[in-house]
Design a protein around this ligand. Structure first.
Ligand SMILES: [Zn+2]
Length: 448
């Protein structure tokens, strides 16, 4: 009864007085040929204006008087028809905004969105419509993200990059995410072939107004190579948390790989006990040194972090301090190699953090990955990586404009923090960036 799709005119009893034909206002002559205009029947259309303004309460139909020229057949557009046409356009725009919000912020499935629209407006939209809209918004979001580096903006020194593995297509592909120190997501890309896709992404993320100097990643050795292939000459820094984790791993290895040097006649059981004991004692002996490592990386020790690590190596090599068993010697060697490899970059990382307040971790990036994760459940239904990529682009753009309501960035969006010039960008919010600006309907149209 109320969904407005049953055959017209069969049940006139349900229509309100709103649906009555307005008093005739006869135009004298046809604007095309000057011929005589006469009434030519009536037809019912959905009352889009009521549906837009009153939601599910408003679904009714309105009868429109058709007028035609007797000579040339030209139809005069009734004011009511023009009014409804505008309301219809605005209604679809508003539904498009609702679908986008549900899709890219709330992460609802297509079917749930269909239920939601039906509940709000008592009118169904098709699954196909929601899918096509998702796709179109995604494409626009991708090009909006691509525009970021060409907009005037605040200086950003850091390019943070990580590859995350939402559960997409049994990990056939992953998602590469690039942000700057302001937390602005600058690029998302589905990675199918790392050696090709990651350099392409790194190259495309920089631009005339985003020219970072530092590349901050985890310890994955290939990132450095990809950066060079991309033709970027950035100082490669490694995430503090991953550095600490790597050192902890070296210490754990040293404990695990202890060897026994005991009389042969011991039973297997006794050898096992001996080994357990040796491990436990070594762990205890190494504990103060590991504590020093944590201290080295804690706030306030930035200037001497690497020096403390060097000190730990000296302690490990000191027979007066610790017995020089094979696994301890290996630990000292590996820690020294670690310092040789990462010492300089670690000093730079910590120095920048102290002097310019730049990040020492990729935590900001990992929290963005957390935002993408729920969408991977939706994305895995898309067979093509390009379609996935556009969904994630829209999620990223929505996130960039999202004004945080709590946490250290409360009250600001990433776009604001990164100082993106919105005139250059060409939109002031997510919806206008993807071609769904707030619909405008003139008051005259409503009260007419
Ligand atoms: Zn005419």
């Amino acid at each position: 009864m109320c969904c407005g799709i049953e055959p017209l005119g069969q049940n006139p009893g349900v229509f309100s007085p709103e649906g009555a034909v307005p008093p005739p206002e006869e135009p004298e002559a046809c604007p095309q040929c000057g011929g005589k205009v006469t009434k030519n029947g009536t037809y019912w259309v959905l009352n889009w204006l009521l549906m837009l303004t009153l939601g599910w309460l408003g679904v009714q139909r309105v009868r429109i008087q058709r007028r035609r020229c007797k000579v040339c057949g030209h139809e005069i557009i009734a004011p009511e028809r023009a009014r409804q046409a505008e309301a219809r356009r605005v209604w679809w725009c508003q539904v498009g905004r609702l679908v986008s919000l549900s899709r890219f912020k709330l992460g609802l499935s297509v079917r749930k969105i269909q239920v939601l629209v039906g509940f709000v407006y008592a009118r169904q939209v098709s699954i196909g419509y929601i899918e096509r809209l998702t796709q179109r918004i995604g494409k626009r979001a991708e090009s909006a993200l691509a525009r970021l580096s060409e907009c005037r903006q605040a200086k950003a020194l850091f390019l943070l990059y990580d590859e995350t593995y939402p559960k997409m297509k049994k990990r056939i592909y992953s998602l590469g995410v690039a942000i700057c120190e302001h937390g602005l997501i600058r690029s998302v890309r589905c990675i199918v072939r790392k050696a090709r896709d990651i350099p392409t992404q790194l190259r495309s993320v920089t631009g005339s107004h985003f020219d970072p100097q530092y590349f901050l990643t985890d310890l994955d050795v290939l990132f450095n190579k990809y950066m060079q292939v991309a033709g970027l000459e950035l100082t490669h820094l490694r995430d503090r948390v991953h550095l600490i984790r790597q050192i902890v791993r070296l210490f754990d290895d040293a404990v695990r790989t202890v060897t026994l040097d005991v009389p042969k006649r011991l039973s297997i059981q006794e050898r096992k006990q001996q080994r357990q004991l040796k491990r436990r004692l070594l762990r205890k002996r190494l504990q103060p040194m590991l504590a020093l490592v944590f201290k080295a990386f804690s706030p306030g020790y930035e200037s001497i972090c690497v020096l403390i690590l060097e000190g730990v190596v000296s302690q490990l090599r000191d027979p007066a301090y610790i017995i020089q068993m094979a696994s301890v010697q290996a630990l000292a060697r590996r820690l020294q190699r670690f310092i040789n490899k990462h010492g300089e970059a670690t000093n730079t990382l910590l120095q920048l953090a102290v002097e310019q307040g730049t990040p020492t971790t990729t935590n900001a990036l990992e929290s963005k990955n957390g935002i993408f994760k729920p969408f991977s459940l939706i994305a895995k239904f898309f067979p093509l990586p390009e379609r996935c990529q556009s969904i994630f682009a829209a999620v990223a753009l929505m996130e960039n404009f999202d004004v945080k309501t709590r946490g250290p960035n409360k009250g600001t969006s990433a776009m604001q923090r990164a100082g993106i010039n919105l005139d250059d960008f060409g939109a002031t919010d997510f919806f206008s960036a993807v071609g769904l600006p707030k619909p405008q309907i003139s008051l005259a149209r409503i009260t007419d």
